[in-house]
Design a protein around this ligand. Structure first.
Ligand SMILES: [Zn+2]
Length: 330
């Protein structure tokens, strides 16, 4: 692999345009490889394919991925709902009095609906029309379908703008941060939760790391680079939370399976190419055999992630930013 810089789009953090190829990573199905490059100036990593935005859509099509209603079955669905409502708790701890919130990439709007029930004026944007339609069932016209940069969000400013696992998917994270800052009240907050490329798990697993999630993740931020980008728009870091129960331990375990090669072997043996289970009894036996192992693995992964978090190297970070009095830096 060559390490000569290649011209590319301006870096969203520093504006430089020289990118060094650093690795290739596979998509979630393990079938296609995508190049990743590092900014020669600030060190930001980006997915450096040549896919047009309209080509990216198909990488979001997977069983359950676009289901406009219930995404998962039973227990997993219930767990997902609890975890989404915990995000509402995060917002309420930051601003105990109900205000006006915008969630960029709001999905089905579970967090927003919980906040709306507590008196918040809850708005969202969602790129997928079907998913947005589901969110509108509980939030009405306050959910805009399409790109955050061009979404019509009505007059008035927001107390909080959130990006939960959204910013890394956006083609233009810098412009998105700029718009978020411009939509804020003078003391408003921006919350960004995203994978941490400076985490222990990212460094251990490299191209096997689950949260690289190419080609859907366009940029691979560290908290420091995110804070640096946000500071250009008058936003100051108020804290970085390094432990995510929702994404941290699971990702550590899943990346271990991927790195060991086990994951793909199991799935290809038990599933047809369509995703249908080819050998249900074998799948059931394997499931019963693996469940205790997976539970033990998750316990261990949680302990390791807690240690990583205590060291400021958690797999997923939540960065809280606040607009400064005085507005944008000149
Ligand atoms: Zn850069």
């Amino acid at each position: 692999m060559t390490h000569d810089p290649a011209a590319g789009p301006p870096c969203p953090v520093c504006g430089d345009g020289s990118w060094y190829p650093v690795m290739q990573a596979r998509d979630m199905h393990g079938t296609e490889w995508f190049p990743i490059a590092r900014c020669g100036s600030c060190g930001l990593w980006r997915t450096a394919d040549r896919l047009a935005p309209e080509d990216l859509g198909r990488y979001y099509d997977y069983p359950g991925g676009r289901d406009a209603g219930r995404r998962f079955v039973g227990v997993i669905e219930a767990v997902e709902r609890v975890l989404r409502r915990r995000r509402a708790g995060t917002v309420q701890r930051l601003r105990p009095r109900p205000g006006r919130i915008l969630d960029v990439g709001c999905g089905r709007g579970i967090m927003l609906a919980a906040l709306a029930r507590s008196g918040w004026d809850a708005w969202g944007t969602e790129i997928d029309p079907q998913v947005a339609a589901t969110a509108r069932q509980s939030l009405g016209e306050r959910v805009a379908t399409g790109d955050f940069l061009t979404a019509d969000l009505g007059p008035g400013r927001f107390d909080v703008v959130t990006f939960f696992h959204a910013l890394e998917h956006l083609a233009a994270p810098r412009e998105s941060m700029e718009r978020a800052a411009s939509l804020l009240q003078p003391d408003g907050h921006v919350i960004v939760e995203l994978p941490n490329w400076a985490s222990w798990q990212a460094r251990w697993f490299g191209h096997h790391w689950l949260h690289l999630d190419v080609p859907r993740h366009r940029h691979h931020f560290t908290p420091a680079l995110l804070v640096r980008m946000a500071s250009d728009f008058g936003l100051t870091c108020r804290g970085v939370q390094h432990f995510s129960l929702e994404y941290g331990p699971y990702s550590l375990l899943q990346s271990t399976l991927a790195a060991s090669g086990l994951d793909h072997v199991l799935f290809t043996r038990l599933l047809r190419p369509t995703g249908e289970i080819a050998r249900p009894r074998a799948a059931m036996r394997l499931h019963l055999l693996l469940s205790p192992l997976l539970a033990a693995g998750l316990g261990l992964a949680t302990a390791i992630e807690l240690l990583a978090a205590a060291s400021g190297r958690g797999g997923v970070v939540r960065v809280t930013l606040q607009a400064q009095a005085g507005g944008l830096r000149a």
